[in-house]
Design a protein around this ligand. Sequence first.
Ligand code: AKG
Ligand code: FE2
Length: 334
Amino acid sequence: MTIATIPRKSIPYNGEEVPVCELEIINFSRLLSQEQTEIKKLLRCCQDAGFFYLDLEDIDGKRMLEDHQRLLALMRRFFNSPHDEKNEIGLPSLEHGYEPVGNHTGVLEGTMDGYEILQVSRDEIRMPNPNLPSIVHNTRDIKTFSDFIGGSNIITKTILSCLSTAFGLSGEARFENAHRNEHKSNSALAMMRYLPGDPQSSKEIGHQKHTDIGSLTLLFSEQWGLQVLPPGSDTWGFVEPKKGHAVVNVGDSLRFASGHKLFSCIHQVVPIDNVADRYSIAFFLRPENHAKFLDSQGRWVRADQWHDEKFDVFKATHAEQKLVNSMLVGGMEG
Ligand SMILES: O=C(O)CCC(=O)C(=O)O
Ligand SMILES: [Fe+2]
């Protein structure tokens, strides 16, 4: 375990004291001006823990925090609507549409996941008339989605650019060149509502352990539940929600694109509150569909192929997942 993840605190969960991971803090405004000390620190975080807090409290990030609050209000209204209205367009593609609770394998053997999810893909929201359920298909809600996706894209691209600089990459070799804005990708906004559950008895709870498919994930949640498996450790640690900060993590695609030098950390979600719903929002920056890299099994894969294959693994039973475990966790263990 690295210094960045040595636990100093713990919280009670399911009758045990569970450590809280101390993630490092990276300042977004300093990344925006390519400050060398911040870039070095960013590289270290992405090589060690694969997870860090992003401080958005300064003027450059503050709008994103306001957009987060607006999106949360939209989510509350959406998720509290009748099932048929939420499910109006179903799931037209893996990264766009609605899925009810229990659609993926769960945290514990024999269980299913405990969250419902509305995804809005970046490519879809850029269309003149995006395909959305009627309850969120109006000028104001479309603006809320596109502001959040646009802002998240700027933030994650800034991080990506700093990582290219940290690796000394130039021209076509820079990571941005596999994430060009006008090329089709599976980049998407995911809005999740977790139902409260009892770890002893619930059959639908949390979000199974995994590494993220794409390049960088920008995550917002005001509530506990996210756990990471720090590198070299076999003990899960909670990530404390931190006001004014997002949590960022490296996904499989960027790990592969970096020649496996960056660390895509294994994580899961176990809501600790068995009374209140838990809301979380993730923006997944993913490479353009045609980008290719060497995956954890030594294959040259296209970004969209890795995306689609891994989604199948998320739905597979625990027994089936054991056979392809390395894919679920991007080859980070097993
Ligand atoms: O809900 C969260 O806090 C994390 C969700 C997550 O890991 C994911 O959607 O990939
Ligand atoms: Fe994740």
